[in-house]
Design a protein around this ligand. Structure first.
Ligand code: SAH
Length: 225
């Protein structure tokens, strides 16, 4: 790709005009996303750089899109909603993300919290995500190639944990790695029956809030080369 075209892509001129991006923000607002910071970060994050060029013209539709390996980039509404839930009680410094995928949610989070620790089981997806974040100069993220069911115990505890694939049960390791007051946003269930949950580590035990039906790809087992 030529330098000029590259610059254009980065600014989102051409196939992904500023107008299209504004429409997405308007839609997220109308659907109930009220955190202004979250909306602002989504406005300035070039989602078209996180999908294949052939799909770039659809990058500002409010829909999940394929990223290869049977995985999808999350729907913007879901990225916004989950980020908003994490931040509901105030700013967060350490956040762990399970399921880096394209790195889009990672890029959004990295502009909202101090540090992001992102775990992914598919190495090639993670490598590509890493490159994108460097290109965008988002440097407060570290990556681990591993199994999200285990979290990242060496760097625990986390003030926030976000899981971008649906788990059959809430992984015990993730509960263990939550700091006091820490918040875990996770889809739980399987197939067509999935609920988004917010779990908070209280002084004694955990509180749970069920936030409604969602649709995610499954949280699988073990790392994959
Ligand atoms: N937030 C990502 C969504 C990617 S889809 C984005 O917007 O692009 C879910 C991701 O979770 C996939 O990349 C998948 O490989 C990953 N995943 C599934 N099971 C996992 C596990 N056990 N550990 C780590 N990552 C996992």
């Amino acid at each position: 790709m030529g330098r000029e075209q590259d610059d254009m892509l980065r600014r989102g001129i051409g196939m992904t005009s500023q107008r299209t991006r504004e429409r997405l923000i308007q839609r997220l607002y109308e659907e109930g996303i009220s955190n202004a910071k979250v909306l602002e970060v989504i406005r300035r994050t070039p989602r078209h750089l996180f999908v294949d060029e052939a799909l770039a013209h659809r990058a500002y539709e409010d829909t999940a899109l394929p990223i290869g390996h049977n995985q999808t980039i999350s729907q913007p509404y879901m990225v916004a909603r989950m980020s908003e839930l994490l931040l509901e009680a105030g700013p967060l410094d350490k956040v762990m993300e399970i399921g880096t995928g394209s790195g889009y949610q990672t890029a959004v989070l990295s502009q909202l919290v101090e540090r992001v620790f992102s775990v992914e089981r598919i190495k090639v997806l993670q490598d590509r995500a890493k490159e994108r974040l460097v290109e965008l100069n988002l440097r407060n993220v570290v990556f681990r190639w591993g199994d999200g069911w285990e979290g990242w115990p060496a760097l625990a505890p986390y003030n926030g944990i976000i899981v971008t694939a649906v788990a059959t049960d809430v992984p015990q390791a993730l509960l263990d790695q939550l700091a006091p007051g820490g918040r875990l946003v996770i889809p739980v269930g399987s197939g067509e029956v999935q609920q988004l949950m917010l779990i908070i580590r209280e002084e004694q035990g955990f509180s749970r809030r069920v936030l409604g039906a969602v649709r995610f790809v499954p949280l699988l087992n073990g790392p994959l080369a």
